[in-house]
Design a protein around this ligand. Structure first.
Ligand code: GDP
Ligand code: MG
Length: 458
């Protein structure tokens, strides 16, 4: 049987949040109102080639009454499972204890139990009836303490839960990150021996999946960088006058395409990390600033000093004239003039954007053309904006319903953290892009930056 876990407990203790977190998909209904989940809902969780099942259930409503009903026959320990089945098949119970029937059905069908409590609320005896009922099912189980507001009562919960569950863990439904997620999966393997192998395979698949997502993020970024740096629009016309009157239209077309293309890449990233909810309320993840708000370019991309420094790196690598060891910051700024740095307008003029050019054609007529963008900072700006989204999305917990908080993202700082060879490869690649030259293995060149963000956020 495929490993299957039913998430049960009191209403509003974060059951659906845990399912959402473990599913790594924000389409699981989580709400402020208790009773959001009214029937048991099965989720098939696919991880690479592996899968397991999670069942989100309504909370216990009348556990004491249910326990009283079960106790009417005072069954021996070996008869308690049968007694629960009798409860599930009793028409009066089905009518009177809807929620308990819904939550016990998947367990009696073979699901293991994940019992969720809130570590910020005190333990009280009313939970004993719930735990007792769960014990009667005889199914493998584990308790999760979700410290919703704080962990004030975690200790007393551990003492109480330890008497009913062999494994008790603290798991923050909304803040848990990949590492805690992997640890929890590993713990699942321990609660039911026949599932151990399957769960080990799930953990391996999970780690593989994370690596794959990172690579795919690099791939999306690479594709977007190539597209945005190469894009141009042109139109053939008969006269110069016509070309001039087309200018405005071309500009509109050009900037609109660029903006939309950038946004599409960010959306793709969101889908890659299964944040569908955010996609629906798209204001939540809008990148601050417009792509062509050049005043912000030194913030997103590189500042003047760094541009000078990477101009050296890129130029040195292209010409092979300079030893990279000396192509550092201060040396480049001090000793080398505009000659090596090249056309300084391209390097520093954040406002020298693509402008319309009109040229005569050999066989008569004219062509009006806009783009491609040759500004040297532009690829860094595009990359910085993408990394900003990546930083917010790649570890974002899927139960989190708050607005995304805009973290600081500075390509310039990241760049300084890279190994010199990685930094050089990146500078050369982005410089080539700004000259509309192809870059081999661009995703691999970008990878160190993403890994760097990963490390920082752990
Ligand atoms: N801050 C915080 N809120 C949480 C946590 N777990 C659940 N919540 C919130 O508590 C409410 C109920 O959560 P939900 O998962 O629907 O609980 P369920 O009724 O047990 O399924 C939702 O508003 C959640 O966002 C947590 O660990 N931290
Ligand atoms: Mg729920």
């Amino acid at each position: 049987m495929t490993p299957c876990f039913a998430v049960v407990g009191h209403p509003n203790k974060g059951k659906s949040s845990i399912v959402s977190t473990l599913a790594r998909d924000d389409r699981v209904a989580v709400s402020m109102q208790s009773g959001t989940t009214s029937v048991a809902e099965y989720f098939d969780i696919k991880i690479g080639e592996e899968h397991y099942q999670l069942v989100d259930t309504p909370g216990f409503q009348r556990a004491r009454k249910v326990l009283a009903w079960l106790n009417q026959t005072n069954p021996d320990a070996d008869q308690r499972g049968a007694r629960i089945n009798a409860f599930l098949n009793d028409p009066q119970c089905i009518a009177a204890f809807k929620d308990e029937v819904e939550l016990l059905k998947p367990i009696m069908a073979g699901a293991a139990i994940l019992y969720v409590v809130d570590g910020s609320r005190p333990y009280s005896a009313e939970y004993e009836a719930e735990m007792e009922i769960l014990r009667w099912t005889g199914q493998p189980s584990m308790a999760l303490i979700n410290p919703i507001v704080n962990d004030e009562h975690v200790k007393s919960w551990q003492l109480a839960l330890g008497q009913y569950f062999s494994i008790v863990r603290v798991f923050n439904a909304v803040k848990a990150q990949r590492e805690q997620h992997i640890e929890l999966l590993q713990a699942f393997g321990a609660i039911h021996q026949p599932w151990t192998g399957a769960i080990e395979a799930l953990v391996r698949a999970f780690k593989g999946d994370i690596a794959k997502q990172t690579y795919q993020s690099c791939y999306i970024a690479a594709q977007m960088l190539e597209d945005l740096t190469q894009y141009q629009v042109s139109q053939k016309v008969l006269s110069k006058g016509q070309a001039d009157s087309l200018k405005h239209l071309l500009e509109q077309q050009y900037y609109q395409w660029m903006r939309q293309h950038e946004l599409a890449a960010h959306d793709e990233l969101q889908r890659l990390y299964h944040h569908h909810h955010l996609a629906r309320e798209s204001q939540e993840l809008t990148i601050p600033d417009d792509l062509f708000d050049t005043e912000k370019w030194y913030g997103w991309g590189l500042d003047r000093k760094q541009l000078a420094s990477v101009a050296g790196l890129a130029g040195a690598a292209a010409g092979g004239a300079l030893d990279l060891a000396v192509a550092g910051h201060s040396f480049m700024l001090g000793a080398i003039g505009g000659g090596v740095i090249g056309s300084s307008a391209a390097w520093f003029g954040a406002d020298s954007l693509a402008s319309t050019k009109v040229k005569g054609l050999p066989l008569g007529g004219y062509e009006a053309r806009l783009g491609p963008m040759r500004n040297k900072n532009f690829p860094y700006v595009v990359l910085g904006r993408f990394l900003y989204s990546y930083q917010m999305l790649h570890r974002r917990n899927h139960a989190q319903r708050e607005r995304l908080s805009a973290g600081e993202m500075s390509v310039s700082e990241l760049l300084e953290k890279l190994e010199l060879s990685d930094k050089k490869a990146l500078c050369v690649a982005l410089d080539r892009l700004s000259r509309q030259k192809s870059v081999t293995q661009l995703p691999d060149v970008l990878m160190p930056l993403l890994l760097c963000i990963d490390m920082e956020n752990q």
